[in-house]
Design a protein around this ligand. Structure first.
Ligand code: LLP
Length: 394
């Protein structure tokens, strides 16, 4: 929801841009901390969700760790002041260069995704006369009940070590003298809103930690990944996730031993609601079968709808929300169904079809809500577009 001052400010600005509500961001971060701290849970921010410098600095100021998936993310996290001792490095394809740089930084832990990777990290650490801390990312074959494009914890997914390969992991760990086994890591998918999914994950984590302990490998860290979903349908009613219920599930269903640490890697839940993509209507094309609103933002600014059929609420900020028709001339409708599309030369460049919106005009401001996670970071320069700008709340 935007107040009139904010909309007046938008009217002065060139579009498209991401608008970041830094107050909502701070409130969200605080809510997450307040829910995690009583249990002593460690939260790493999954920086892939958004590494806008300002956003990133605010997150750093709350003392979260950083969950990185590339060498550049590791570097950026450290440059932005994240504690090296709270940096984890995941990713199914870490290059030798990335591993070497992370070894030099003495990060907290590598989340290792295959037996071969264990051996490579060991060799590279040995060459530097260092010991690398590792956690084994296990593919637990737990269904995240989310969109199949963002499911990661099933056997058909490329991530993690499958359970039948675990004996080979134990054997490799026995031989790799330059590795320190820290624990086990999981991440089963993103935009998970069903807490039963996490209960199932806890059951698998409990079985697997026991399996390692029985083989003489004490599990110090249980890293259960991220994935907590947000309410894309009702951003104003539910701007902050129910972190309390989320963490409570893990407290209740994980077998947490004394001296064991539980780690999380939350991305979307911390940043998604804090930003909207603001654009203008360039053209209105009213046809017989279809009405199109052609925006000055498209898949180059926010690709989620096109890539994952993701739903984002779309609002016309320049008109009253469409409700009952109050127009004295009832032949003029109050709202129309539009296909809201971008300017890119691709038919898939459509934010959503048949969106009910007030009758809209060239120059109207359109907000695409809940765009703070996997929005700006996934922007591209396709069609040689300008880099999307960012604007921040005061
Ligand atoms: N940890 C690992 C190992 C991950 O791969 C991810 C996300 C996270 C944590 C953070 O997950 P989150 O809490 O944000 O759900 N671009 C897609 C989402 C891709 C998620 C990739 N991995 C989207 O826009 O929906």
């Amino acid at each position: 929801m935007f107040n009139t001052n904010t909309i007046a400010r938008f009217n002065q600005l060139e579009t498209p841009f991401y608008y970041y509500d830094l107050n909502l961001l701070s409130t969200t971060l605080q809510a997450c901390k307040d829910a995690a701290d009583p249990y002593n849970f460690h939260v790493h921010y999954a920086m892939k969700a958004n590494f806008n410098s300002k956003v990133f600095d605010v997150i750093q100021s709350y003392g979260f760790g950083a969950d990185c998936v590339s060498g550049n993310e590791v570097k950026a996290a450290i440059q932005h002041g994240f504690d090296k001792g709270k940096v984890v490095f995941a990713g199914v394809g870490k290059s030798d260069k990335e591993i070497n740089e992370a070894l030099d930084q003495q990060i907290f832990c590598f989340n290792v995704e295959s037996v071969q990777e264990l051996q490579i990290i060991n060799d590279l650490a040995k060459a530097k006369n260092k010991t690398a801390s590792v956690a084994i990312r296990i593919n637990p074959n737990v269904d995240a009940h989310t969109h199949h494009f963002i499911t990661t914890g099933l056997e058909e997914n490329k991530f993690g070590v499958n359970t039948w390969e675990l004996p080979a992991v134990v054997e490799a760990l026995g031989k790799c003298t330059n590795l320190r086994f820290q624990g086990i890591h999981f991440h089963i998918g993103s935009q998970i809103t069903d807490m039963d999914v996490y209960k199932n994950l806890c059951t698998r984590v409990n079985e697997l930690q026991q399996w390692f302990e029985e083989r003489g490998l004490p599990v110090k860290v249980l890293n259960v990944g991220g994935g907590l979903g947000v309410d894309y349908n009702n951003p104003d009613q539910n701007p902050i996730c129910d972190f309390e219920s989320y963490f409570k599930v893990f407290k209740q269903f994980l077998n947490i031993k004394p001296n064991q640490e539980v780690h999380f890697e939350l991305g979307r839940a911390l940043v998604a609601q804090s930003a909207s993509l603001i654009s203008r209507v360039l053209y209105v094309k009213n046809g017989i079968k279809k009405n199109f609103l052609i925006l000055d933002a498209g898949m180059t600014e926010l690709i989620r709808p096109m890539l994952y059929q993701a739903y984002h609420q779309i609002e016309n900020l320049s008109r009253e929300p469409s409700g009952e028709n109050t127009n004295p001339d009832l032949s003029i409708p109050n709202s129309i169904k539009y296909d809201v599309v971008g300017p890119i030369c691709e038919s898939t460049d459509c934010f959503r079809k048949d969106v009910d919106l007030p009758v809209s005009y060239r120059g109207d401001l359109i907000a695409v809500r809940t765009a703070g996670a996997y929005g700006e970071v996934m922007a591209s320069g396709y069609n040689l577009r300008d880099r999307v700008q960012s604007v921040y709340s005061y």
